[in-house]
Design a protein around this ligand. Structure first.
Ligand SMILES: Cc1cc2nc3c(=O)[nH]c(=O)nc-3n(C[C@H](O)[C@H](O)[C@H](O)COP(=O)(O)OP(=O)(O)OC[C@H]3O[C@@H](n4cnc5c(N)ncnc54)[C@H](O)[C@@H]3O)c2cc1C
Ligand SMILES: NC(=O)c1ccc[n+]([C@@H]2O[C@H](COP(=O)([O-])OP(=O)(O)OC[C@H]3O[C@@H](n4cnc5c(N)ncnc54)[C@H](O)[C@@H]3O)[C@@H](O)[C@H]2O)c1
Ligand code: SF4
Ligand code: FES
Length: 809
């Protein structure tokens, strides 16, 4: 049967969750295309606050990896904005000129941050906090500047301010109202929150009216209406959001504040839906994920039922919020302000810094504010959701005092099965217990994979962990982290089982070790493939279907669907012949950008997938493995041959190292550098392995990282000859290959196991010799992957010519 074609505009949290719901219901019914303006797969926008606060990395907040789109045969265009929708011909057109026809179209274009139209708002250093780019700008700014001003004392502003404090900036929050978070809290809780945050080092200016931002090209301060001034090198605006509806309006859809939808998320135009922050249901536009996910579920139900109106559709949501700032527990839900017809129950413990307020109307709880202790929140939310009649309940039962509620009984034990544990994803205690019991789940990650609980803001993670311990009878904290949701075995256990049982194929591992899924997932398959290669380096045939897309295609995919090609240049050294070839290829294939990389090589960007084998043939150079979990580059300084400070041949040693370990697979990428003196021009101090020449010797540093998790390498050994350098690298690399978990950089591994553990393991001469022997064996198998493809017509056809590999990013 011909599949219906769905197009999703907006690759964000609400839109992609809707697709997940559709795929869960009917995996084969639709052919799906997604356009996303941002150059990333769908990520957890909520956790940008955690990235800024240093509690998560950008890699770790990806919700749906490129492999997920590929596995579900979703055609994805990232970094490509839809610029036109023709609802008559049912076609969309993107900025990059891609045109697609749809049967059903979903708008999930989210919001734009509201930028105050102040004079000076266009200066450098004035930003919003909405996406990865904003987050990176703040992290970079904090490296060079000291003073930050955040305009807006709401949820976003306070989370941004906490992040900037963590980045060692001085932060002042400029707020227009007379207490913080006035849209979520009453004045008492707002004032308590300010006191708590002041103790953390945050400064505040309340009732403040900003007049303009000062500075020349870059902002240098904020001027207020009362004439006062604040110095600021960075101004973050967090004063609310504006639904992104321009495209919908232009396409003729009915819009108000956002795109108007009915209970089935249908817009005013046939076959066109809207979901998320860009949708307006019964006059309400939501800005939190829980309601957006409920909308996504209703939309999926409707679209999978062939347009049949399945009652009751989406009925609106009760919203609640929690501030994600460590050390501060704040909860707010529903209508929390006193009104003419409302009465409230209040508890205020000034000794413990606890404030609780529950607002009641017509014998029903309609809103609540909790500060300092938010453990009542799941129960209150359930009461609100169920519209529970409380006329017969005592006030104590609604807000139990500490003595009554704290009978040393776990909070989750006291909860009813119907109570919500994960508000973001609408998952109840009963849902989680059922999943744990029926599927034998043993870790929080498995619960997350099975039920979605804790997959968004993560605020419910402690409750999920507690429920897990209570249900399984085991301490959650002592439970190991499994490789992924498909198995409860850890990385170490999988690697050991492969070794002990002599397993040889990915499918065999999954069958023998009792995987819960038939084909594994994008997390476990590459890891299993790596451990199999490690165990049997000579005979194991790499399973290319278990590799990440870049590794499978031997080139890095770019945000417009083209690829980047980085040929090997040992030690960063090139010659006129190579440069001529690169220039010829650049002309022949009209390469839009040639760029010198940080690893001292030349990157040819913007190559079409089908041209890759031809480009490699014309270059006649080896692959630089810029895409691989393997040895990447050995950066070198000029050294003794030309530099007046050099006492060693850094280039010679660097080339020797790069040639020796070229192509060796490792748990994650490995970057190296050789500098011929402590001036360290090759930046050896931030490499996985960095070598520095000192008088008559080489110092070897390990575990450095120059990326997001910046880390200085630690001194590992001091040796005198080039051979000793190679032996040290060999034993260190092989131990890393065998001891680290797949996708663990040396910096994380060194931090986790400790340098002493590694030194101790390599102290023993016999063990060192064995490690060196094993790495030498693995190195005998290395073959240049580009030549490998060029020698195989089959590979060229299946990987580069076949049209069904459609994922373009
Ligand atoms: C720092 C931060 C912290 C947050 N914390 C929380 C929290 O703790 N709890 C909570 O519930 N919510 C939180 N939120 C809000 C939550 O992230 C949003 O409600 C949610 O992401 C909205 O999802 P969406 O899919 O509607 O919009 P978005 O996530 O904004 O996705 C829309 C996507 O569509 C793209 N797009 C727009 N127009 C086009 C076009 N024409 N063509 C192609 N693509 C287009 C955009 O670039 C964007 O990537 C937070 C938000 C931020 C910024
Ligand atoms: N923990 C969470 O749930 C969380 C965290 C971050 C963001 N978000 C969501 O992201 C969106 C954006 O958050 P937000 O905090 O920007 O929106 P918001 O509307 O909740 O808060 C904006 C705040 O800015 C203040 N403000 C408005 N104009 C001002 C001005 N001229 N000067 C100073 N202050 C001014 C307002 O008084 C208000 O308190 C919201 O939908 C929010 O729910 C949620
Ligand atoms: S590291 Fe030392 S030897 Fe190498 S280029 Fe710099 S100054 Fe010269
Ligand atoms: S409450 Fe946010 S992820 Fe569960």
């Amino acid at each position: 049967m011909l599949k219906q074609k769905i197009i999703l505009i907006g690759n964000g949290m609400a839109g992609v969750r809707t697709l997940e719901e559709i795929i869960k219901k009917d995996p084969n019914k639709f052919e799906i295309t997604v356009f996303g303006e941002e150059p990333h797969p769908n990520y957890n926008r909520i956790l940008l606050s955690s990235v800024l606060q240093g509690d998560a990395s950008i890699d770790s907040i990806v919700l749906n990896s490129y492999e997920w789109y590929e596995e579900n045969q979703i055609e994805l265009f990232t970094g490509d904005t839809v610029v036109k929708v023709d609802t008559k011909s049912q076609t969309v057109i993107s900025q990059n000129g891609i045109s697609r026809h749809y049967d059903q179209l979903i708008f999930a274009t989210g919001s734009n941050p509201f930028m105050l139209p102040l004079p000076g708002a266009d200066k450098e250093g004035v930003i919003a906090f909405r996406n990865i780019k904003d987050c990176e700008t703040m992290i970079d700014t904090a490296k060079n500047y000291k003073k930050a001003a955040v305009i807006g004392g709401g949820l976003l502003g306070l989370e941004a301010a906490r992040g900037l404090l963590n980045l060692d900036m001085e932060v002042e929050v400029i707020h227009i109202a007379d207490y913080l978070m006035e849209r979520q809290l009453d004045d008492q809780a707002g004032r308590m929150l300010k006191e708590e945050l002041e103790e953390q080092g945050m400064k505040f200016r309340l009732n403040a009216h900003t007049e303009r931002l000062t500075g020349k090209k870059r902002v240098d301060g904020v001027l207020f209406k009362d004439g006062s001034k604040l110095d600021a090198d960075l101004v973050v605006m967090a004063v609310g959001i504006k639904p992104n509806v321009a495209l919908a309006k232009e396409a003729g859809l009915e819009t108000n504040r956002a795109i108007v939808v009915n209970d089935y998320m249908q817009t005013s135009v046939q076959n066109v839906y809207a979901v998320g922050e860009c949708a307006e249901h019964s006059g309400i536009v939501y800005g939190l994920v829980a309601p957006l996910y409920e909308q996504g579920k209703a939309l999926a139900e409707h679209i999978c039922a062939n347009d049949t109106l399945i009652e009751p559709g989406y009925q609106g949501s009760i919203v609640y919020t929690q501030l994600k700032v460590s050390g501060v527990d704040v909860f707010s839900a529903g209508r929390f302000q006193d009104g003419e017809k409302t009465k409230s129950i209040r508890v205020h413990d000034e000794f413990e810094g606890i404030f609780k307020k529950v607002v009641v109307e017509d014998n029903k709880v309609i809103g609540a504010v909790l500060f300092g202790d938010t453990s009542d929140s799941p129960r209150l939310l359930t009461m609100m959701r169920n519209g529970q009649d409380i006329s017969k309940m005592s006030k104590v039962a609604i807000l139990p005092s500490e003595n009554e509620s704290d009978e040393k009984e776990s909070v989750v034990v006291a909860m009813a099965d119907s109570e919500t544990i994960c508000g973001c994803n609408g998952v109840s205690k009963g849902d989680i217990v059922k999943a744990i019991n029926e599927q034998g789940l043993t870790t929080v990650d498995q619960v997350k994979a099975c039920t979605n609980a804790s997959r968004s803001c993560g605020g419910c993670k402690p409750l999920v962990a507690e429920l897990l311990s209570v249900t399984t009878g085991e301490e959650a904290s002592s439970q190991k982290e499994p490789i992924c949701g498909c198995s409860d075995l850890s990385h170490e256990e999988v690697a050991a089982e492969i070794r002990d049982k002599g397993l040889n194929y990915v499918r065999e591992v999954m069958n023998v070790l009792g995987w819960t899924t038939e084909n594994g997932c994008s997390k476990c398959r590459p890891a299993v493939n790596y451990y199999l290669g490690l165990n049997n380096p000579i005979e194991y045939e790499d399973d290319s279907t278990s590799k990440f897309v870049n590794e499978r295609l031997h080139a890095n995919i770019q945000n417009d669907g083209t690829f980047s090609v980085v040929p090997r240049m040992y030690g960063g050294v090139t010659n006129s012949e190579q440069l001529r070839k690169i220039a010829d290829v650049a002309d022949k294939y009209q390469v839009p950008l040639l760029k010198v990389t940080g690893g001292q090589r030349i990157d040819l960007l913007g190559i079409a997938k089908e041209d890759l084998p031809k480009v490699w043939t014309d270059l006649g150079m080896r692959s630089g493995y810029a895409y691989g979990k393997s040895i990447r580059t050995v950066k070198t300084c000029v050294g003794e041959n030309f530099c007046r400070f050099g006492t060693q041949d850094s280039i010679g040693l660097g080339i020797q190292i790069e040639k020796k370990y070229e192509g060796l697979s490792t748990p994650h990428k490995v970057k190296m550098a050789v500098s011929a003196c402590p001036r360290n021009c090759a930046e050896s101090g931030i490499k996985d392995i960095g070598i520095v020449g000192v008088e008559g010797a080489w110092e070897i540093y390990v575990g450095g990282n120059g990326g997001v998790d910046l880390r200085s390498a630690e001194l590992f050994a001091k040796v005198h000859t080039d051979q000793e350098v190679l032996d040290t690298i060999s034993s260190f690399l092989q131990f890393y290959r065998e001891d680290a978990r797949y996708l663990e950089r040396t910096s994380h591994w060194v931090e986790r196991v400790g340098l002493d553990h590694i030194k101790k393991a390599l102290e023993n001469e016999e063990k060192r010799a064995q490690l060196i022997e094993r790495v030498e064996l693995a190195l005998t198998k290395q073959q240049d992957p580009w030549s490998d493809v060029l020698e195989s017509k089959d590979k060229q056809e299946s990987l580069y010519e076949k049209k069904e590999v459609e994922v373009t990013n």
